[in-house]
Design a protein around this ligand. Structure first.
Ligand SMILES: [Zn+2]
Length: 233
């Protein structure tokens, strides 16, 4: 008789354990799903995944003028708008310093200050400023990415974006380079790089930089580099 009671008690205890495990499992499952939802939101850019894209120059300030007459400000804006589209497809929130042919102030210092304000106040993971280069020797060519020498994040992003740009132009041997004098690199409190996508002083490269398909290729490379940098954080 007492054996039977013992047996019944054991069964009851086992049942209680099963019920508890089930409840615990459901709780755990809910927690995991809950966490997934939170990280899903982060991927949609609502949890600090902000990137600022800065198309250099604009309005009265045309920037460099190409050997073929193309204006830097125009090339910068086209590449930047394409980068914006590509990043937004990946759920990243993109803030532009300009989306039109405009200057942000009456003078160059005011314009740069206004850009730096936008960069700092939005606390982005990365700022990418898009420019085109120029040199007195026509033969010099190839994209190059600059970063502030004291910024570890800036250097990491610059190296990754430089590599991505070299895949578009396999003859380019340039490396990411530190620069502590550019206003935007100096004054921005968040990680920032300047991507000089090519030399407008080189006729052949200027022709490519004015071409929409090539602009798209450059934008895809910069966007890929930005995503890779963000994944590595
Ligand atoms: Zn420029």
């Amino acid at each position: 008789m007492s054996k039977k009671i013992g047996f019944a008690a054991a069964i009851a205890a086992l049942l209680a354990l099963v019920v508890m495990c089930h409840a615990g499992g459901a709780f755990l499952q809910e927690k995991i799903i809950g966490d997934k939802e939170v990280s899903g939101k982060a991927n949609k850019g609502t949890d600090g995944e902000v990137v600022v894209i800065d198309p250099g120059h604009g309005g009265m300030d045309g920037g460099k003028v190409g050997a073929n007459g193309v204006e830097e400000k125009e090339v910068n804006l086209k590449i930047s708008l394409s980068i914006k589209k590509l990043l937004e497809k990946e759920g990243i929130q993109v803030i532009m310093t300009r989306t039109d042919d405009e200057r942000l102030a009456d003078n160059q210092v005011g314009d740069l200050k206004a850009r730096v304000d936008i960069m700092n106040k939005n606390n982005p993971e990365l700022v990418v400023s898009i420019h085109q280069n120029s040199y007195h020797e026509e033969s010099v060519r190839g994209a190059q990415v600059f970063y502030y020498g004291d910024s570890k994040e800036g250097k990491e992003a610059a190296v990754i974006i430089q590599e991505a740009l070299k895949e578009v132009d396999t003859e380019n041997t340039k490396e990411a380079k530190a620069n502590n004098t550019y206003y935007i690199l100096k004054k921005t409190k968040v990680p920032v790089v300047i991507a000089e996508c090519g030399f407008l002083s080189n006729y052949e490269e200027a022709q490519k930089l004015a071409d929409e398909a090539y602009q798209q290729e450059l934008a895809a490379a910069v966007a890929k580099g930005i995503l890779q940098y963000m994944e590595s954080r």
